[in-house]
Design a protein around this ligand. Structure first.
Ligand SMILES: [Zn+2]
Length: 394
């Protein structure tokens, strides 16, 4: 077998438990419509928000043992598919009624242990969640959200302290911090989380600009876009990752570029949820770094994420001079930015390396020097002959 070593990909955005929605959250609920235009209200539409109801039901049934089982399955898939590291954006913290477990980090620890068992570098990103949204004042969390929530940001950050102390003695595990979204926490929490991350040298992540409804709600509460709010609260910066970043205007892109913020794109999930698509070439032109994530786990194949990002960008301006032509080696570029997103070592092998089989049918006839072009356009996880853990991948 003729193989070539390349950097393992970094999965900068994962919710392990959502793997169990794969293939089973595709049937519209009775009575829903096909699109926003013909529906009387948002909840009668099959879209991100109706999918979220199914996700809440799934999350409601989890406990530390069962989240460990699903994490074991999906992290195994990641390791075999060519990922070497995962950023687990974790928000199912408490028991279903919102009461903390005896160890308040029991769920996070179960996730980390499952990832390490598969040889992945795991960066836990505990995510702050406080409310169901904002409608003139804080909206109380609904039943499915209670276990995500903390009463105040100090309680959340104390748990992050405890998780960092636990991880300090575990090789292969690191901790960053996250705000779930601008709808789930008030502005004062964003400020506190950003300051905490700065104080301790941690990476910080947040979901933003995924849905148009989120933009309208942010405008109503804060009088600005989600990205402008993140800038105002000190959340943006070179150690910050904004996940999705789809519905942005030129000012938002400039704020992300000026601050050195990374945008994490999750193309297969964003396509599955009907979120929209990344303005990838606007980001390229502004010099904003891009990374990728498997997010909902609808697909666990980094080659597919890279290809969707590239082909989406080509469609954006009907050109073949998109991300790949600009960077030359898009796989390496996304892996490098993923390492930065998770605070991993900068070196090319900072998340491990994988062996790619040049004899695989996806790559047959591709010259060695053209491999970077093929990895971003025609390869799949099937080309991985050896995972970053050293195990045979297939
Ligand atoms: Zn997400």
């Amino acid at each position: 077998m003729r193989t070539v070593e390349v950097p393992a990909m970094v999965n900068a955005h994962s919710h392990a438990f959502q793997r169990d929605l794969r293939g089973v959250a595709e049937r519209p609920a009775p009575g829903v419509h096909g699109g926003a235009d013909d529906a009387a209200d948002d909840h009668a539409v099959d879209d991100f928000w109706s999918w979220r109801e199914a996700m809440f039901r799934l999350a409601d049934a989890l406990d530390p043992a069962s989240i460990g089982v699903v994490a074991d399955a999906v992290y195994g898939e990641m390791a075999r598919a060519g990922y070497g590291a995962v950023g687990e954006f974790h928000y199912v913290h408490h028991q279903p009624d919102g009461t903390p477990y005896d160890d308040p980090n029991a769920m996070a620890i179960a996730l980390a242990q499952a990832g390490v068992a598969h040889g992945l570098r795991v960066v836990l990103l505990p995510a702050a969640y406080h409310r169901g949204g904002w409608d003139g004042s804080d909206v109380a969390p609904v039943r499915g959200q209670r276990r995500f929530c903390d009463p105040d940001v100090e309680t959340f950050l104390a748990r992050a302290d405890a998780l960092r102390a636990w991880a300090a003695e575990r090789p292969g595990v690191a901790v960053g911090v996250a705000a779930h979204s601008i709808r789930a926490v008030p502005a004062s929490w964003l400020e506190a989380i950003a300051a905490y991350a700065d104080r301790h040298g941690l990476v910080r992540h947040v979901h933003a600009s995924e849905q148009r409804r989120e933009l309208a709600e942010c405008e109503a509460e804060h009088g600005c876009s989600p990205i402008a709010l993140l800038a105002r609260t000190g959340f943006l910066g070179p150690r910050t990752s904004v996940v999705h970043g789809i519905h942005v205007d030129a000012r938002d892109v400039a704020l992300l570029a000026e601050s050195g913020t990374i945008v994490v794109s999750c193309p297969t999930t964003e396509g599955s949820l009907g979120d929209g698509f990344l303005p990838a070439l606007a980001y390229r032109d502004a010099g904003v770094r891009l990374a990728i994530g498997s997010d909902s786990q609808v697909r666990v194949d980094p080659f597919e994420e890279v290809r969707e990002l590239e082909t989406g960008a080509r469609r954006e301006r009907q050109t073949r001079f998109a991300l790949l032509a600009h960077h030359g080696d898009l796989w390496a570029e996304l892996a490098r930015n993923g390492r930065a997103s998770l605070g991993l070592p900068e070196a090319a092998d900072g998340a491990g390396t994988i062996a790619v089989d040049l004899g695989h049918s996806d790559l047959r006839g591709v010259a060695r020097h053209d491999l970077p072009l093929a990895l971003a356009t025609c390869a799949s996880a099937g080309v991985v002959a050896r995972s970053s853990t050293g195990a045979a991948a297939r």
